[in-house]
Design a protein around this ligand. Structure first.
Ligand SMILES: [Zn+2]
Length: 72
């Protein structure tokens, strides 16, 4: 669901919302983090990426009270 992509010296994560299909992508922080950083901090990067997805789900598809629609 989450792809880690390194382009030049900058790694980024890409994911697609399972509900609306919107593609979410962010540069991995710190700025300039590359393949070596990814190899060392892969799990943390994935956690951050999922955090972005959860935030998107709650903001774009939630019921306004912090619950994901269809999960109540
Ligand atoms: Zn969505």
């Amino acid at each position: 669901m989450v792809a880690l992509v390194t382009q030049g010296s900058q790694a980024r994560y890409e994911l697609a919302c399972p509900i609306c299909g919107e593609r979410l992508h962010r540069a991995v922080k710190p700025f300039g983090a590359g393949a070596a950083f990814l190899a060392e901090h892969r799990e943390q990067v994935l956690l951050v990426a999922f955090d972005v997805l959860v935030h998107h789900l709650l903001v774009m598809h939630g019921d306004g009270e912090g619950r994901a629609v269809g999960n109540s």
